[in-house]
Write a protein that binds this ligand. Structure first.
Ligand code: IMP
Length: 456
């Protein structure tokens, strides 16, 4: 019997925590994963793929990570990509090379052999589907049929392939030439039939090339040559770490309102973003996660299509966008901006069982005369304080606001709660009281040092 078997069911010693976004992504999770990584031994991604964009500023240097867990920036910490992630091997190599160029050691990176591979044809399919939906967006009711506004990174098609099984490729398969050849050849044959009208064509988004099985095999074999040594079994690894008393931090990508089951469907991503995704996405039972830090911005943003009841379309929205640098890390797209929606974040706290909160980008609101906070929705069926996890229904809701006085002072140099102006306190107190979860951190700028740690 191996050691790992003997450990079954008794991995109680270690500590498992999670960081999750409580809005539509881009809440500033990267900064907090980076900060908490210092207190953990391993940082683990459990969902999503290169659609995520985590920015971390270390000593004034900005790092943008998409696939690699933000913990990589701390020497000596394990950075694990769990089985629930979909991995674009070429993007992963780019990211490793870019970090290496900047002096970051990536030797502690491990990728689950059961994580699924995002293939070139998944990316082409993502593009083609989005374009087709855009063309079909005409006389449909508000909030319904239109493109999702995906990141076009092949995320949805890769997860669909995982669910369809027969033609899916997992990271471990990259190291088995016969399996890889069989799966890729079949996938290309099936898709060639499905996408016949695009092959070749001006609008094929590279699908013609992506369905050349030999070319795909050559690219994947080259990639496997680089990342092969990183591809490992990760479920026993994680249980062994926990059994050995290690501290493991799970890093949620995207945002809870983009969760495939609980978000604003169909305008969501394709994975389980909320902390419930830890179980299927890593093999560690979700109930092992004892601390869940929910990250929320002082306002809302959203990238891509889908309802956002508090959206601002005026100059103030633009001002917040510019001050908050609200342009996508992954796609560069300007983010939609709106007031803080406590109905939505409250729902996300509930879904994740958040034990603490981090408020980010509070500094961006400095100089705003009056700050609105959404505390309910008006709907055709009456007023409600419950979230509506349906993209079409939510589009019919309008916000009920509570208005608070703003603060004029710049707060980027604040280092403790008492450094904040009274109206910033008023904002923090209202949010905390409404959500019923304490703030562990308040962030007043991108730097590691611009963080008020309220846990002490
Ligand atoms: P996909 O994940 O590329 O399929 O995109 C689905 C939706 O999720 C689109 O609206 C994207 O803009 C959004 N999305 C996916 N990942 C992120 C993220 O990390 N931050 C913000 N939006 C995201």
């Amino acid at each position: 019997m191996t050691n790992a078997h003997q450990n079954q069911g008794r991995s109680q010693a270690g500590i498992a925590s999670a960081v999750v976004g409580l809005q539509w992504g881009d809440e500033g999770k990267g900064k907090f994963v980076d900060l908490l990584a210092a207190e953990h031994d391993a940082v683990v991604r459990y969902n999503g793929g290169a659609n995520a964009g985590h920015s971390v500023v270390v000593h004034g240097d900005r790092f943008s990570l998409h696939l690699i867990p933000s913990g990589i920036l701390h020497p000596g910490k394990l950075a694990i990509i769990g089985n629930g992630v979909v991995v674009d091997p070429e993007k992963l190599i780019d990211e490793m090379d870019n970090l290496a160029k900047r002096g970051i050691d990536t030797s502690s990176l491990i990728v689950s052999d059961r994580a699924h591979v995002v293939m070139p044809y998944h990316k082409a399919e993502d593009e083609i589907r989005e374009d087709l939906f855009k063309a079909a967006r005409t006389e449909s009711p508000k909030g319904s049929l239109s493109e999702i506004g995906t990141t076009r990174r092949g995320i949805g098609p890769a997860y669909a392939e995982k669910a369809q099984r027969a033609t899916a490729v997992r990271m471990g398969d990259l190291l088995k030439q016969d399996v890889l050849r069989d799966r890729v050849t079949k996938a290309c044959t099936v898709r060639s039939a499905m996408f016949r009208s695009y092959l070749p064509g001006e609008q094929d988004h590279g699908m013609h090339d992506a369905l050349n099985a030999e070319k795909v095999l050559a690219r994947m074999t080259t990639a496997a040559g680089r990342i092969g040594p990183r591809i490992k079994e990760t479920t026993y690894l994680l249980h062994d770490l926990l059994a050995g008393g290690k501290r493991v931090l799970f890093e949620g990508a995207n945002g809870t309102l983009l969760d495939v089951d609980h978000g604003t469907y169909p305008f969501v991503t394709a994975s389980s973003v909320a902390v419930g995704g830890v179980g299927p996405g890593t093999g560690v039972p979700t109930q092992r996660v004892s601390k869940v830090l929910g990250i929320m911005k002082a306002y809302s943003t959203r990238v891509g299509a889908g309802a956002m009841p508090t959206e601002l379309f005026d100059e103030l929205g633009q001002r917040i966008r510019d001050r908050g640098r609200e342009y996508g890390t992954t796609t560069g797209r300007p983010r939609r901006v709106g007031w803080l929606d406590l109905v939505a974040t409250g729902y996300a706290c509930m879904l994740n069982g958040a034990t603490g909160l981090a408020l980010t980008m509070l500094d961006v609101l400095a100089g705003v005369d009056q700050i609105n906070i959404c505390v309910g929705y008006r709907t055709p069926g009456g007023e409600t304080s419950r979230f509506i996890p349906d993209g079409v229904e939510l589009a019919r809701a309008t916000p009920v606001f509570k208005t608070l006085p703003g603060f004029k002072e710049e707060i980027g140099t604040a280092r403790k709660l008492s450094d904040l102006p009274p109206n910033a306190h008023g904002f923090i107190d209202t949010v905390q009281a409404t959500l019923g979860v304490p703030f562990d951190f308040i962030s007043v700028g991108p730097g590691r040092e611009q963080t008020l740690d309220l846990r002490k």
